[in-house]
Design a protein around this ligand. Structure first.
Ligand code: FAD
Ligand code: NAI
Length: 475
């Protein structure tokens, strides 16, 4: 007899493990199945985010930022350091420890919340009156049954046709987080979030980094003014960013890799790199699910097809996170996971897609919420804009990081905040104030009238709100 659960979650990334915890909190008997395996063959729940995404990338960004500061920024403070060296093995070891702490933390949370965890690949077997039968192929094979199923199987890196990842020379995000010595020449195809974050890590550690991007505009989804400022700063830091390129033949010799490409003027080039990161987007993981067995519908791009409430075409089968439409972000996956568990309980789970923040953890960081200036123009919305540069912020000067600005966009007649865009120090933290403000449908005047601590970077947010009505006090 297969074990019976009210809710079975397939996938233990941020969408799945959070959905499982919330379902258990709501009183459902809950199981979570996850296939990720650590180097010892044991379970490593947490998905892409914990194992090869958000967490390890931020660990390496932090290490490389310390290295860069020790090399360039400390001298201004009167701090003298000797010759700098990076022990890459130690840096990777620190990153791996942080990943393991997160894996262990999730196993602890499952125990605490009485979620039954199954390590293995989950796939649909059949549907009957008891619910959906799911096979778990792990060290042992077993079947469990769930009245409700939440599919949260995530995504993986998209390869360029004809150029498989060997994770030694041609790298996806997985290999990019495990480079064992600083490459002399690093190529990056795709100037998106991963390309810029990973390119930044290895540039700071001394690699000569060339980024090759197909689109003619830099960070097309970002507010144009912010993207322009970021582009200027990244180029100044030494990232070679080539826009509008067409990638030709890629030849991996096993020692290095050559990339033929045509630049935006039609000139042909051939570049040879020690390592090549390919970061051109991600594809949903649906292969192992045996979706056909129960007739689970996918959309034309291979994502599990869902409605606005994450309902699939099958009764009591839901899907959340990277495997469905929408931004591929850990916090979006989590919000959907919570909302689905609450909907199963008959509550009104809710995800506001208009207030999902985006952050790119480069230095300076880029963060935004809501619409960009170009989107407002395209939508024909009358708006007012206010900006404030960190150069005029006392805390930023004390930090020694005055790059970038905060930008507010507000409705021209109601003053409701429509978008906030930041490039600058700690943008990832500063954006939360804007998210809260937009969630409560605040006006720029509301932010402008709130007392902000001095000296703090958040004063730049207040000043940008003041600038909407041209009454900045410090600029
Ligand atoms: P995943 O995290 O991919 O988890 C899915 C899990 O399901 C995996 O463990 C997988 O092994 C398992 N699985 C798949 N199929 C099966 C099956 N049939 N049976 C059992 N288990 C299965 N997002 C942010 O918000 N902030 C960041 O800073 C950030 N940084 C990132 C950096 C990198 C390098 C990358 C690649 C991504 C980053 N992301 C970031 C994106 C973030 O990782 C994803 O949006 C998030 O992990 C999606 O969560 P998920 O639960 O939908 O899927
Ligand atoms: P991306 O969608 O951010 O960027 C891909 C880039 O590659 C685009 O600029 C695209 O124009 C370009 N591209 C596509 N095909 C190309 C080709 N043939 N030649 C050259 N350029 C090409 O995807 P990325 O960087 O792979 O990241 C995937 C997702 O992971 C992100 O969209 C994001 O959702 C998530 N992520 C989030 C992070 C964060 O929140 N800080 C960090 C890293 C990833």
């Amino acid at each position: 007899m297969s074990k019976q659960f009210d809710v079975v979650v397939i996938g233990g990334g941020p969408g799945g493990y959070i959905a499982a915890i919330r379902a258990a909190q709501l009183g459902f008997s809950t199981a979570c199945i996850d296939a990720w395996t650590n180097e010892k063959g044991g379970p490593a729940p947490g998905g892409t985010c914990t194992n090869v995404g958000c967490i390890p990338s931020k660990a390496l960004l932090q290490s490389s930022e310390h290295f860069e500061h020790a090399g360039h920024a400390f001298a201004d403070h009167g701090i003298q350091v000797g010759e700098l060296n990076i022990d890459v093995a130690k840096m990777l070891g620190r990153k791996n420890t942080i990943v393991k702490q997160n894996n262990d933390g999730i196993i602890y949370l499952f125990k605490k919340n009485k979620v039954s965890f199954f390590h293995g690949l989950g796939s649909f077997v059949k549907a009957d009156a008891a619910g959906y039968e799911i096979k778990v192929a792990g060290k042992v094979e077993e079947t469990i049954t769930g009245k409700h199923i939440i599919v949260a199987t995530g995504s993986n890196a998209r390869a360029l046709p004809g150029t498989p990842f060997d994770e030694q020379i041609v790298l996806s995000n997985e290999g990019a987080l495990n480079i064992t010595e600083v490459p002399k020449k690093l190529g990056v195809i795709g100037a998106g979030v991963i390309g810029l974050e990973m390119g930044s890590v290895w540039r700071r550690l001394g690699a000569d980094v060339t980024v090759l991007e197909a689109l003619p505009t830099f960070l097309g989804a970002v507010d144009e003014q912010i993207a322009k400022e970021a582009h200027k700063l990244f180029v100044k830091q030494g990232l070679s960013i080539n826009l509008g390129v067409k990638i030709g033949e890629i030849a991996n010799s096993g020692k290095d890799v050559s990339v033929a490409y045509t630049d935006d003027k039609g000139v042909e080039h051939k570049a040879v790199f020690d390592k090549l990161i390919i970061s051109i987007g991600r594809t949903p993981n649906t292969n192992g699910l045996n979706a056909e067995a129960v007739g689970l519908a996918l959309d034309e791009r291979g994502f599990v097809a869902v409605d606005g409430d994450c309902k699939t075409n099958l009764p009591n089968v839901w899907a959340v996170g990277d495997v469905v439409r929408g931004p591929m972000l850990a916090h979006k996956a989590e919000e959907e996971g919570v909302a689905v568990a609450e909907r199963i309980a008959g509550q009104h789970g809710h995800v506001n897609f208009n207030t999902i923040p985006w952050v790119i953890y480069t230095s300076p960081e880029i963060a935004w919420v809501g619409r960009t200036e170009q989107q407002l123009k395209a939508d024909g919305v009358a708006y007012k804009a206010g900006t404030f540069p960190f150069m005029a912020n006392g805390r930023a000067r004390a930090l020694g990081d005055t790059s970038g600005m905060v930008k507010f966009l507000a409705d021209a007649s109601t003053d409701e905040i429509l978008g906030v865009h930041i490039v600058g120090p700690m943008a990832s933290e500063l954006i939360s104030e804007a998210v809260v403000a937009m969630e409560f449908r605040a006006s720029s005047e509301d932010i402008a009238r709130i007392c902000h601590a001095h000296p703090s970077l958040s004063e730049a947010t207040k000043e940008a709100a003041l600038a909407v009505d041209k009454r900045s006090l410090n600029f």
